[in-house]
Design a protein. Structure first.
Ligand code: UFG
Length: 333
């Protein structure tokens, strides 16, 4: 019988790609999602259970019924700006609900956990590329919620022997190369989908948040990592824990930085659309440059991103974006 993996938030952007890959690799994904941000249509591999992580009894029942061997936890709110305006929402969902999930696991002696953490736990970098031993000093509530959970996992290991891998993503981007899944946030705030929405005529322009950063062209530099490569890292980390491996924290990025202007330029080349860009004020809480070193997971688990180039990331996202256009009609949404 295939090993069952609970995928919390498996109807969301990154979780759905992970569920698909788990299925392809012979695991049985059990997607648990409350569908507040996720989409039922994205949860089509394995079993789907509509449930809230706050409902500890139901989660415990799912863990037992499906003989869950490990948990991948993607369910979280992830808007930095919103986390500043409404931190309670973030501590409730990202911290309290994670605690509830961990307690459910503890109650049934389920002890392998893969956590979606973030480069936002580092805060303003002292040096780039950022390695895992860079001090973690988040500058917004979103990053702090992720850091609290990382600490919680270490304490749960010491006290209860629960092993974990925390995966600190840089900028997740792109879409399933088969075109079956992609980014679908509401509201959308991420650069790449917004730029492509301009290209397909669903928005008039893209605002460039800040052109006076200490970077080569004055706009923020980010390390974009393909969502399928993130999914692959989760499966490798799962196999590491299943083989008895120790708890770890790993960065997931390509180690290459692209500025906002470079992303827009790449999208213009790809789509042939002029993509009007308007210079706007800096967005609060954006570090100038975030680029990660992922040497540790490459060395220890053999992770090698298969879709590392910005052009490939844009191409897969564009295919997905066009699928949305077909669904919405010729004028977009
Ligand atoms: N940007 C624009 N215009 C836009 C949208 C974004 O110029 O309309 C800029 C941002 O200022 C930033 C860059 O494009 O410099 C990328 O922005 P995204 O919103 O796409 O992603 P972030 O860099 O804000 O990602 C951060 C962290 C992640 C975290 C994520 C949560 O790097 O770790 O926020 O949404 F998960």
């Amino acid at each position: 019988m295939p090993e069952a993996v609970l995928v919390a938030g498996g109807a969301g952007y990154i979780g759905s790609h992970a569920a698909k890959l788990l299925h392809q690799r012979g695991f049985h994904p059990v997607v648990v999602d409350n569908l507040v941000c996720g989409h039922r249509s994205a949860a089509r591999w394995g079993t789907f259970v509509e449930a809230d992580l706050a409902d500890r009894d139901q989660i415990q029942a799912v863990l037992l019924e499906h003989r869950i061997r490990a948990v991948m936890h993607f369910a979280a709110h992830a808007y930095v700006g919103e986390s500043v305006r409404d931190p309670a929402k973030y501590y409730r969902n990202n911290v309290a609900n994670t605690l509830s999930l961990l307690e459910a696991m503890q109650a049934v002696e389920s002890d392998l956990f893969l956590f979606s953490s973030s480069c936002a736990t580092y805060g303003e970098p002292r040096e780039v590329p950022i390695a895992e031993d860079h001090p973690q000093s988040p500058i917004n509530p979103y990053g702090r919620t992720k850091l609290v959970v990382e600490g919680m996992l270490r304490d749960f290991e010491t006290a209860y022997g629960m092993r974990h891998v925390s995966l600190r993503y840089f900028n997740a981007a792109g879409a399933d190369p088969d075109g079956e899944l992609g980014e679908d946030h509401d509201p959308e705030t991420h650069l790449i989908p917004l730029v492509l929405e301009v290209a397909r005529g669903a928005r008039p322009h893209i605002a460039v948040f800040g052109t006076d950063y200490p970077t080569p062209d004055g706009t923020c530099v980010r390390d974009y990592i393909h969502v399928s490569d993130l999914a692959e890292a989760h499966v490798l980390a799962l196999e590491h824990l299943l083989a008895g491996g120790e708890s770890r924290s790993y960065n997931l990025g390509n180690g290459a930085g692209y500025s906002v202007r470079q992303v827009i330029e790449g999208a213009r080349r790809l789509t042939g659309h002029p993509i009007p860009a308007l210079e706007a004020r800096r967005r609060w809480g954006d570090p100038a440059t975030l680029v990660g070193s992922s040497e540790k997971i490459r060395r220890e688990l053999g992770w090698t991103p298969q879709l590392p180039g910005l052009d490939t990331i844009l191409e897969t996202a564009w295919r997905w974006e066009n699928g949305k256009r077909r669904a919405a009609g010729p004028l977009g949404r």
